[in-house]
Design a protein around this ligand. Structure first.
Ligand code: HEM
Length: 175
C-alpha cells in the first residue's frame, strides 16, 4: 500500500509540475502567447469568478493548445517505463528478441521534422489549425507524440493530469 501511494505521488506530482514549469517558462519568454491566452480566459471567466467549471475549460481551445504544445516540446518523461516484447518481433530490418527490454524516445517523437513543421519552435497554433479539441493524446488513431505513453500501459493519470494542467495554468495566467 505504501509503495502504491508513493508511486502515485511521484508519478503524479513531479510530472505535472515539470510540465507546468516548462509551459510557464515559455509564456514568460513569448509574451504574445501569454496575452492571447489571457484574452481567451477573460472571454470565458468573469472577473471575481472563483468556481470555474469543467464546461468553461472546454471552451478554451487556446489553453488546451498551449498545454499540448508544452507536452510536445518539453515532455516531462523523455522515456516511458521499460517495456518488453513477449515474442520475437521483426521491426523493419531489426529483430527484437523475446524478453528484450525496449523503450521509446518520447521527446524525439514530438520533435520529428517529418511529422511536425518547425518542431523546436513553441507554437500552440499548430494544435488550433486542426485539432486542439480532438487531438488524440492517447495515440489510438495515430501516434504523433506520446507524452503519456500509448496503448495498454499508457499513464493511467493522463486525464487527471490534463485537467490539473488546464486549471493550474488558467489560475496562474488570470491572477
Ligand atoms: C503531465 C503529467 C504526466 C505525464 C507526462 C505522465 C507520463 C507518464 C508516462 C510516460 C508513463 C509511462 C507509460 C508507459 O510506460 O508506457 C506514466 C506512467 C504512470 N503514470 Fe503518469 N504522467 C503524468 C501524470 C500522472 C498522474 C497525475 C498520475 C496519477 C495521479 C500518474 C500516474 C502514473 C502511474 C501510476 C504510472 C505507471 C503505470 C503502469 O505502470 O502501468 N501520472 N506516466
Amino acid at each position: 500500500m505504501v509503495s502504491l501511494c508513493s508511486e502515485f505521488l511521484h508519478a503524479g506530482t513531479d510530472t505535472t509540475s515539470t510540465a507546468l514549469q516548462w509551459i510557464i517558462a515559455n509564456l514568460v519568454k513569448y509574451q504574445q502567447i501569454q496575452e492571447k491566452l489571457f484574452v481567451e480566459i477573460k472571454g470565458v471567466v468573469h472577473d471575481g469568478e472563483e468556481n470555474i467549471k469543467e464546461e468553461q475549460l472546454q471552451k478554451m481551445l487556446y489553453l488546451k493548445a498551449v498545454i499540448l504544445e508544452g507536452l510536445r516540446r518539453h515532455p516531462p518523461a523523455h522515456f516511458v517505463l521499460p517495456h518488453a516484447v513477449t515474442e520475437d518481433v521483426i521491426l523493419g530490418t531489426y529483430v527484437v528478441p523475446k524478453d528484450a527490454t525496449i523503450n521509446f524516445m518520447v521527446a524525439e517523437m514530438g520533435w520529428d521534422p517529418e511529422v511536425w513543421e518547425d518542431p523546436m519552435a513553441f507554437k500552440p497554433e499548430r494544435f488550433l489549425e486542426s485539432e486542439a479539441e480532438t487531438f488524440d493524446i492517447t495515440g489510438s488513431r495515430e501516434i504523433k507524440m506520446m507524452p503519456f505513453g500509448a496503448g495498454r500501459r499508457i499513464c493511467p493519470g493522463y486525464g487527471l493530469a490534463l485537467l490539473h494542467l488546464e486549471f493550474s495554468l488558467l489560475i496562474w495566467v488570470s491572477l
